[in-house]
Design a protein around this ligand. Sequence first.
Ligand code: HEC
Ligand code: HEC
Ligand code: HEC
Length: 425
Amino acid sequence: MSRRCSGILAFWVAFLLTSSFVWANGSESEADIHFSALIKKGEPLFIHYCSHCHGIAGDGDGYNAEYLDKEPAELSDHEFLAKKSNEQIYKIIDLGGRGVRKSHLMPSFGHTLSEEELWSLVAYVRFLSGDTSHLVTSPEGVLTTRPTGPQETIEALSDFSRWFLESGEEPSILGQGEKLFKKKKSCLACHQVDDEGGIVGPDLSRSGFSYTPEWLYTWMGNPQHVKPDTKMPNVGLAKEESQAITAYLSKMMGEGLTEEWSEYLKEKGDAEAGEKLFFDLEGKANCSKCHRVNGSGGKVGPELSWVGSSRTLPFLLESILDPKVVITSGYASVLILTNKGKFISGVKTNEDDSSIDLVNNEGLSLRILKVDIRKFKTQKISIMPGNFKDILNLQETRNLLAFLETLKLFEVSKTEGVEILTIKD
Ligand code: HEC
Ligand code: HEC
Ligand code: HEC
């Protein structure tokens, strides 16, 4: 479809979604009403989970598309979609590309969304293609709850740690992990390693430096358990698959810590003093102005409530002393010069063929049309101040690190003699 056509389609999408939706050929039957309810439900899901690859209007032009070796299907293409049954569309969203002998770059969503939500996505895809001949209704008795996955237990996590120490460096396992990551599961569709892959999630080529193995294993096994609204789907890894991918990622150290900073890690600081400094609004650090921990603090930067579980100490130290080295996923800063000569900067939250969404430094959400942009630059800068290494002395920095180290994701509770890990509130 030509770009002009896709613009017109985008207009129709906007128009139809704001008016109550009736097919052109007449009165609304019960099935029609069910269909339009499903479409409404599917829209936010599509924007959240699909638009980075397929584009907001389904034109195959999401901001991640150019990083994929296989083009995301053009879901606004009427002819392409008309050849497929509703069940076929359901199947690829449920099982992912590999489940239907297509590209592994199309992820599986059946371990993340409820059956009803998957049907609502089928309806929304039909709607994007402008197809009136395949009414979508979800089957009787369809599940409306999302799959939750198994409970994490202390025992399973210590089993993993033991396994990792014994077998985490075996070449055959590392090879298996790489193959799963790059060719079988959809990881490469959203993450960069070795200068290839998508940009929806963080670059993982320095995973061994940044993340603890226990964290990698826990996160990839069930991302929704940690962060219910994350864009990363649970791709349904078996235990052995998570183990192998963790081993592979943990070997990737990238550049280590700047040598002169190892001094900071020689002694442990005072966590209580660190907590005070973190939350002291009048203090030198004022970290909580931008970061939330256990429900209090600002939202300009990422939540830090569990960085003591997920990040390594060298990574945390580097984040404080030189924040621009690694920009946390979702906090990339962009600078835009408009045709009218105005500079706008902020954190990019979304992009498609025609516009860029960003949150500016005052926390305001903006949408800027690409036709209005003269120059666009992604900046290698962090909104986090870069001068803490001058402001904070050795002891204060150690205290902050000691505090961050206490921030754990899980609490342990005992049910019928088994120690279960639960997410703390
Ligand atoms: C990381 C990128 C990515 C994401 C996210 C993604 N897709 Fe895809 N999708 C693809 C790619 C690549 C293909 C092409 C697969 C092929 O033809 O081998 C595809 C193909 C498809 C197809 C066409 C399948 C066919 O029969 O040819 C449908 C339908 C689809 N995706 C729906 C969705 C929906 C709905 C979502 C969100 C729940 C989604 N996709 C999320 C990359 C993605
Ligand atoms: C559809 C895109 C997508 C796919 C597919 C995907 N991820 Fe992610 N991943 C993300 C996003 C987005 C984040 C950022 C999470 C957040 O903060 O919500 C992320 C975060 C991560 C993180 C960092 C977690 C943290 O604490 O910051 C790891 C590790 C990771 N993914 C590994 C994987 C692995 C391994 C696979 C394949 C099994 C995979 N991802 C598949 C999108 C994806
Ligand atoms: C003006 C706002 C601001 C202040 C003040 C601030 N930060 Fe940040 N911080 C950010 C932003 C934005 C990011 C994400 C961009 C990046 O990675 O640099 C970030 C990232 C981080 C990260 C990396 C998180 C991760 O998991 O990737 C850590 C750790 C961190 N900050 C700790 C601190 C500490 C400790 C302080 C106080 C000494 C502090 N920050 C003060 C805004 C701030």
